[in-house]
Design a binder for this molecule. Sequence first.
Ligand SMILES: Nc1nc2c(ncn2[C@@H]2O[C@H](COP(=O)(O)OP(=O)(O)O)[C@@H](O)[C@H]2O)c(=O)[nH]1
Ligand SMILES: [Mg+2]
Ligand SMILES: [Zn+2]
Length: 328
Amino acid sequence: MGLKKQGRGRKPNRDPKGPKLRNMLGAAEWNTFEPPNKDELKVARVYVNYGIESGVNLEGALVRIANRRKFPVVAGDLVYTDGNTVEGVMPRGKVLARYAEESGIRLIASHLDQVGIVCSASDPPFQETFVDRYMVYCRIIDLPLFIIMNKMDEADPEIQKRLEPIQAAGVDVIFVSAISGRGFPELRKRLARGITVLSGMSGVGKSTIINRVLRDDEMIPTQELTKYGRGKHTTTAAEVYDFRETLLIDTPGIKIFGFLGVDPTQVQHGFPDILALSEKCEWGGCLHQREQGCAVRAAVEQGDLHPMRLRAYTEILEQVQDQQKPEY
Ligand SMILES: Nc1nc2c(ncn2[C@@H]2O[C@H](COP(=O)(O)OP(=O)(O)O)[C@@H](O)[C@H]2O)c(=O)[nH]1
Ligand SMILES: [Mg+2]
Ligand SMILES: [Zn+2]
């Protein structure tokens, strides 16, 4: 009895770790709210969340409105407003979510059509495992993904070869240099497909790319960007930029994705080589750990699959399993 009461007393809906998040990746309805008087309100797009306020695009003007604790908002959100405060949040479509031990799952950006992972061909060095994490997440929520390989003006000569397995798995790679402008016509064409989140480690060149994309396009004068406090870099927050008929969202790289509600058997969908091998596993729900008759582990032992691949997969599997622990 006492237990039940306690359970009800918690506020799962407002707690970022609450059980409502279980369906977040599927529907992204978490913490959305349709106000009863929505006909009297306007709809604005959140460009950046400053904490107590958000910078929103309201009928073409960038204005600041007050956030409300009960409706946390992220870059890309469509919110209802009277022009002064956030009064509601529309359902979010596809989202990017990260996870941290201390804070649980946090949304980063919403209403996404595609993800561009920005990587560097020189410094910081390219890491396949960084791409793996995005592949798992994006395959699970069916969000198109491509790679922007930047700094091709000083590329590591091995880089093209290292990308071959990723391209073979169906991921497009656009080779660019934000310094020389190489690859930018192709990049702009790709970015025009829809709302694109650009994500990548610090220092890979995201800000330089966005500046060049916008400047060459003559859509937003650079002084407009600085006027709204951009350019000075806050790597923790996501920010929206207008690009042609659509939007670009700058975000920091994600180390651990928010995988809550994801079934551990889905993880292999981000690893096409492991997925193909798994068809021969004895067990239907084989996770390729200690199961009998596992074809994936057998392939590693026979030298047909690089042990790094199984390790990369297992690392993400453990994150997914960790986030399923009942304390949430
Ligand atoms: N050589 C080279 N350097 C670049 C390129 N793009 C960006 N950089 C440099 O890389 C550093 C980090 O760029 P920045 O855009 O701040 O990276 P961000 O942290 O991802 O936003 C800066 O010193 C840029 O001048 C490129 O295509 N080639
Ligand atoms: Mg930056
Ligand atoms: Zn197996």
